[in-house]
Design a protein around this ligand. Structure first.
Ligand SMILES: *Cc1c(COP(=O)(O)O)cnc(C)c1O
Length: 390
C-alpha cells in the first residue's frame, strides 16, 4: 500500500515494556563468563548484593532466582504450618499467595484502598484470627502502604510483616526506603522491573536473626555458605531448603543495572511525569482517575496507570491505543476470585469490592527508560484522542 505520509498507525508499534541495557552490562557478563565462576555466590553476586544493600539500606540481602522464590523463602523462614493464615491483598501478583499456600497456609484476602490500590490498613485487623501468622503487603506501583499502622498492628498481634517490594525499589515513605519496614522484603529483577537481569530477585532481611537460616534455605538446606567461608570443614543437610541462588552471570548483569540505577530512574521519572502532567486535562474531562501519591511517599516510577470509569471504557481504550500502535494493558485479576484463590484461600469479611472494580477499570501505559520523547508524545496523543462513552 502506498501512502503519501507516514501516519501514526504506520509508525512502529510502541511495546508495553522494553528492558533497558545498561553501560557495563555486556562487559560484566563477559567477565563473569571468563572468570570461570558462573555458579552462585561469586564476585558479581557480592557486588550486586552490596549495591542493593546500599540502595535500600536493608540490614542484609540475599540474591535469589526470582521474587517468587524470595517469597517462598520468607514462607519457609516463618515456619508456617498447615492451617496457619497469612493476610494479604487480593490485588497483587499470584506469587504472593502461592508462596504461603505451598507451605499449607491459607491466604486471607483483604480489599485495597481506592486511592493507592494498596491493602486497606483499616480492614486488616478484622481479618486477624488466632491462626494468623503474618501480614504480607505490596507497595502497588511503588507507592508505600501505610507502614506505620501496619507495623503497629503486626507488633501488637506478634505477627511477621513482609513486603513484596517488586515495584518499590528506590521508593520511600517519609524518607525511609521501601523494603526496610518489614521483617523481610522480596525484590524482583524480572525483565519487566525497573532494574532487571531477565529472571532474578532478592530477599531483604531486616532482622539479623534470620540471615543464618535464610542462607541455609537458599543453599538446598545446607550450610554450604559457611563451608565456603571456611567456618565449617564440611557442609551437610541442616534444614529444609531449595535452590534459590542465582548464577554469577546473572548477578553480573544485575550489578551493571544497579550501577545505572540513577540514569534508569531519571528517564523513567521523565516519562511518568510527562504522562501525569499531559493527561491531567483529558482525565478530568473524561472522568478518568490518575495515580494518587499520598504525602510522604516518593515513588520509583515503576508503572503508570489510569482508572477508566468502567470495564467497557477500559477495554475500548486498550483497543483504541492498539490501533494507534500503542500497547497498553490491564493488571491483576483479583486473587480471591481466581480458581486457586477460592480453593486455597478465603476472603476477609466484607469481600473485596474495591479490588474487583479497580481490576476492571485499570489500564497501564508503556513505561521504560528507553521510551523516546517522540514515543511518549505519541502515547499521550493517542490517549487524548479517546473519548470516554457513558
Ligand atoms: C513481578 C512481581 C512478582 C514476581 O516476580 P518474579 O521475580 O517474576 O518472581 C511478585 N510480586 C509482584 C508485586 C510483582 O510485580
Amino acid at each position: 500500500m502506498f501512502t503519501a505520509a507516514v501516519s501514526a498507525t504506520d509508525a512502529k508499534p510502541i511495546p508495553f515494556n522494553r528492558p533497558h541495557v545498561s553501560r557495563r552490562e555486556i562487559s560484566y557478563i563477559t567477565q563473569a563468563v571468563w572468570q570461570g565462576f558462573t555458579c552462585g555466590d561469586g564476585p558479581f553476586t557480592r557486588k550486586a548484593t552490596d549495591l542493593l544493600k546500599a540502595l535500600t539500606g536493608a540490614g542484609d540481602a540475599l540474591l535469589t532466582t526470582s521474587c517468587t522464590h524470595a517469597l517462598e523463602m520468607s514462607a519457609m523462614l516463618l515456619g508456617l504450618r498447615e492451617g496457619d493464615e497469612v493476610i494479604m491483598p487480593s490485588f497483587t501478583f499470584v506469587s504472593m499467595a502461592n508462596a504461603y499456600a505451598l507451605r499449607g497456609a491459607v491466604p486471607v484476602f483483604v480489599d485495597c484502598r481506592p486511592d493507592t490500590l494498596n491493602v486497606d490498613e483499616d480492614l486488616v485487623e478484622a481479618a486477624i484470627t488466632h491462626r494468623t501468622r503474618a501480614i504480607v503487603v505490596v507497595h502497588y506501583a511503588g507507592v508505600a502502604c501505610a507502614m506505620e499502622k501496619l507495623g503497629k498492628l503486626a507488633e501488637g498481634h506478634a505477627l511477621a510483616l513482609i513486603e513484596d517490594n517488586a515495584h518499590g525499589l528506590g521508593g520511600s515513605l517519609n524518607g525511609r526506603s521501601l523494603g526496610t519496614f518489614g521483617h523481610m522484603a522480596a525484590q524482583s529483577f524480572h525483565s519487566t522491573k525497573n532494574v532487571q537481569c531477565g529472571e532474578g530477585g532478592a530477599l531483604l532481611l531486616n532482622d539479623a536473626g534470620l540471615l543464618a537460616r535464610a542462607e541455609v534455605i537458599r543453599e538446598k538446606g545446607t550450610d554450604r555458605g559457611r563451608f565456603f567461608r571456611g567456618q565449617v570443614d564440611k557442609y551437610r543437610w541442616q534444614d529444609i531448603g531449595s535452590s534459590y541462588l542465582p548464577s554469577d552471570t546473572l548477578a553480573a548483569q544485575l550489578a551493571a543495572q544497579l550501577e545505572s540505577f540513577a540514569e534508569i530512574q531519571g528517564r523513567r521519572h521523565a516519562v511518568w511525569d510527562a504522562y501525569h502532567e499531559e493527561l491531567a486535562g483529558w482525565a478530568a474531562a473524561n472522568g478518568v482517575r490518575r495515580p494518587t501519591i499520598p504525602d510522604g511517599c516518593a515513588h520509583p516510577a515503576h508503572l503508570y496507570y489510569l482508572l477508566l470509569p468502567d470495564l467497557e471504557n477500559r477495554q475500548a481504550l486498550i483497543g483504541h491505543l492498539s490501533e494507534a500502535g500503542v500497547q497498553a494493558t490491564f493488571h491483576y485479576h483479583p486473587l480471591h476470585a481466581a480458581p486457586a484463590g477460592t480453593r486455597y484461600g478465603r476472603v476477609a469479611p466484607g469481600g473485596c469490592p474495591i479490588t474487583e472494580e479497580a481490576s476492571d477499570r485499570l489500564v497501564r501505559l508503556p513505561l521504560y527508560a528507553d521510551l523516546t520523547e517522540t514515543d511518549v508524545a505519541r502515547v499521550i496523543d493517542a490517549v487524548r484522542a479517546y473519548r470516554v462513552c457513558r
